[in-house]
Design a binder for this molecule. Structure first.
Ligand code: ADP
Length: 255
C-alpha cells in the first residue's frame, strides 16, 4: 500500500467519564474512499472531527501526510502538532457537515472564496476563478451571486462541497451530509459526491447511513460499534457477507 495519508494508532477519546473511542487503529491510503458506518453514538463523527482538529484525542497518535497531528510522549503526555503544521493540515483537509454552515451574508461565490484567500493566501482573482469553476462543477454555475437563503437544502449542501473543494484538499470528510435533507434532495447531493469520487485523486472518508451509496463508491467499509472498529473490508465483505450478529442486525435496519 502507498504511504497512508492518515493514520490513527490506538486512539482513545473520552468526553468526561464516557469513553466514546476505545482504541482506533485506522490507515487511509491516498485516494482511498472509506465509508464509516455504525449505530448512532458509536463514535463515527468523533473520528473524522479529530482529523479536522475539531476534537483532540484523549490518548493515541494521529499522523496526517507523514506528520504527527497528535502524539504521545513516553511519559504519556499528549503533544499537539505545532501551529504551522496544524494550519497546513487544516488546509489539506476539507469537511462537509450535516448542517451546511454557510455564511448567510455572503453570496455563494464569496462563501467559496473566503478560505482560499484567508487560509492559503490565494490571490483574490484566482480564488474567484477557482470558486466559479467549482460551483459550476457542482451544478450551480448559474447561481454565483445568489445568497444561501435563496437556495434549497440540496443546493446549499452542494455549495458547502464546492467551498471545501476549492481548497484542493488531500482528504475530504463527509459527515452525514444528506441526513438533514428532504428525501427528494438526497439524490442530487450523492450524485455530486459520486462525481468527485470518480475523479479519484482525493482520499474521502464518509460517515453515511446510505448503504447503497457506500456500496457504490467505497473501496473500504468500516463498521464502528461502541467505539471500536468491529469489522472492515470491501463493500461486498462488509455489507453482503457480514460475519457478526451486531453488524447483521445493524444492516437489517436498511433492508
Ligand atoms: P456517531 O457519529 O457515531 O453518531 P459521535 O461521534 O457523534 O457518534 O458520538 C459518540 C458519542 O460521544 C455519543 O454518545 C455522543 O453523545 C458523545 N459526544 C460527542 N461529542 C460530544 C461532546 N462534545 N461532549 C460530550 N459528548 C459528546
Amino acid at each position: 500500500m502507498a504511504k497512508p495519508i492518515a493514520v490513527y494508532n490506538d486512539v482513545h477519546k473520552s468526553f468526561g467519564d464516557v469513553e466514546v473511542l476505545k482504541g482506533i487503529d485506522l490507515e487511509i491510503a491516498p485516494a482511498e474512499k472509506v465509508a464509516l458506518i455504525g449505530p448512532s453514538g458509536s463514535g463515527k463523527t468523533t473520528i473524522i472531527r479529530m482529523l479536522m482538529t475539531l476534537e483532540q484525542p484523549t490518548s493515541g497518535t494521529i499522523v496526517v501526510d507523514g506528520q504527527y497531528l497528535w502524539h504521545m510522549e513516553k511519559n504519556g503526555e499528549l503533544v499537539p502538532a505545532n501551529e504551522k503544521h496544524l494550519r497546513q493540515v487544516r488546509g489539506d483537509i476539507g469537511m462537509v457537515f450535516q448542517h451546511f454552515n454557510l455564511f448567510p451574508h455572503m453570496s455563494i461565490l464569496e462563501n467559496c472564496m473566503v478560505a482560499p484567500i484567508n487560509v492559503k493566501g490565494v490571490p483574490k482573482k484566482e480564488a474567484r476563478e477557482r470558486s466559479a469553476e467549482m460551483l459550476e462543477k457542482v451544478g450551480l454555475g448559474d447561481k454565483l451571486d445568489d445568497y444561501p437563503s435563496q437556495l434549497s437544502g440540496g443546493q446549499k449542501q452542494r455549495v458547502a462541497m464546492a467551498r471545501a473543494l476549492v481548497m484542493r484538499p488531500k482528504i475530504m470528510l463527509f459527515d452525514e451530509v444528506t441526513s438533514a435533507l428532504d428525501p427528494e434532495l438526497v439524490g442530487e447531493v450523492l450524485e455530486v459526491i459520486r462525481d468527485i469520487a470518480k475523479e479519484g485523486e482525493m482520499a474521502m472518508v464518509l460517515v453515511t447511513h446510505e448503504m447503497d451509496f457506500a456500496r457504490d463508491i467505497a473501496d473500504r467499509v468500516v463498521f464502528l460499534d461502541e467505539g471500536r472498529i468491529a469489522e472492515q473490508g470491501t463493500p461486498e465483505q462488509v455489507l453482503e457477507n457480514s460475519k457478526s450478529e451486531r453488524l447483521n442486525s445493524f444492516l437489517s435496519r436498511f433492508r
